[in-house]
Design a protein around this ligand. Structure first.
Ligand code: ATP
Ligand code: MG
Length: 379
């Protein structure tokens, strides 16, 4: 077992002037499950391949434990990698596939057999050891690929989208299996996915990349509660956080006909930059629906007598998931029409075409600088 550090690690592909991975800095603890997530082309696989030794490092360093492995060949790094396409040998049995790396390394046959059987037991593959890969389901093949990594007892597991060939249901059950297996084995793991739900459910910590640059590395909870910038705010969470650019006014921000109080420090920080607007983020579950006939709207001040308190949302689409419902609607903010997603109780889902009035729950708003995208509010 070992720690892993990316120390300003940079990869510039030949013929390109822009780094695919730019000064990546992450310290991964011994036994930690770290997930790299981000949109296609953001540099996830490149980062993983640099750690594996499959890609040159053009700047900075990579360490596994106390060893600087920056320029070591893959075979000397004591890592095992699981890829998206399991790359099993079709003519070999499951047992031979799992033991192949050990055979190449000259490990005695009896010892290989023992390690393969142990791994098969952990992965529930014992009854398939004599089959060929083509006679297995996708999920079983994926487990064989895991088994091949486990028998090597590496210091670090590297996984690049290992679940993407599985159907949705199998992906959910397999991700739980991988996460619990990793915790049981306690082997430091770096896992790549473009799926933020996978990242949030599997990782001890999640690192979000965009255009080769690390945006934030944090626990899933902190990532959700305190996204560091507009990109992370929009990327993590489904349905996504509502992000609306609004003018700064006395005591808050102007949201349609209402003034929503937000962190004073945040507004001061924006004003100091010379900004007249901020971008306010509200997650779909952080709106309260207000009753217009005398209902609660204490957090808002009306600045026009005719206008009702709260944001008037015209409901375009209603999605009921069983446990709750989502309203996909539009609001008028500053003369512009904006899309808004609001979670409502499954017992009071409005009709399509209706208008509902909502207010962001106090203390649950996020404030970002419109000009730089950085987070301004501390909660
Ligand atoms: N061998 C290569 N030569 C030149 N450019 C490359 C090479 N491999 C990747 N790139 C570029 O580097 C950037 C990062 O690619 P990378 O494969 O790391 O992205 P990724 O985050 O894994 O994306 P995906 O989710 O699509 O797998 C992309 O712009 C890609 O086009
Ligand atoms: Mg990739």
């Amino acid at each position: 077992m070992a720690t892993v550090s990316f120390d300003k690690a940079t990869r510039i592909y030949p013929g390109s002037d822009k780094p695919a991975v730019d000064g990546l800095d992450i310290e991964i603890a011994d036994g930690e499950f770290l997930v790299l997530v981000g949109p296609s082309g953001c540099g996830k696989s490149t980062s993983l391949r640099m750690l594996a030794g499959l890609e040159d490092v053009n700047g900075g360093a990579i360490r596994i434990g106390d060893r600087d492995v920056t320029h070591l060949p893959p075979k000397d790094r004591d890592i095992a990698m699981v890829f998206q396409n399991y790359a099993l040998y079709p003519h070999m049995t499951v047992a031979d596939n799992m033991g192949f790396a050990l055979k190449i390394a000259g490990v005695p046959k009896a010892e290989i057999r023992q390690k393969v059987e142990e791994a098969a037991k952990i992965l529930d593959l014992t009854q398939y050891l004599d089959r060929k890969p083509k006679a297995l389901s996708g999920g079983q093949r994926q487990r064989v690929a895991m088994g091949r990594a486990i028998v090597r007892e590496p210091q670090v597991f590297l996984m690049d989208e290992p679940l993407s060939n599985l159907d949705a249901k199998l992906r959910v059950s397999t991700r739980t299996q991988i996460a619990s297996l990793q915790r049981r084995l306690g082997i430091t793991t770096v896992y790549v996915t473009h799926d933020q739900v996978e990242a949030m459910t599997m990782g001890d910590r999640v690192a979000v990349l965009k255009d080769g640059l690390l945006q934030q590395v944090d626990t899933p909870r902190n990532m959700y509660d305190k996204p560091a910038n507009l990109f992370v705010a929009g990327f993590i969470g489904s349905p996504a956080m509502n992000l609306v650019e609004v003018p700064i006014t006395d005591g808050g921000v102007k949201f349609g006909n209402s003034v929503v109080p937000v962190s004073r420090d945040a507004l001061q920080a924006a004003t100091d930059k010379g900004d007249r607007t901020v971008t306010v983020g509200v997650r779909p579950e952080h709106f309260d629906v207000v009753e217009l006939n005398g209902g609660a709207s204490a957090s808002l001040t009306k600045d026009s007598e005719e206008a009702p308190a709260g944001l008037a949302v015209s409901v375009n689409v209603v999605e009921e998931t069983g446990a709750d419902g989502y309203i996909y609607g539009t609001v008028e903010v500053g003369g512009e029409t904006k899309d808004l997603v609001v979670r409502v109780s499954s017992r009071s889902v409005p009709e399509k075409g209706a208008t509902v009035h909502v207010v962001p729950r106090p203390g649950e708003t996020h404030v970002f600088s419109t000009s730089t995208g950085e987070r301004l509010s501390d909660r």
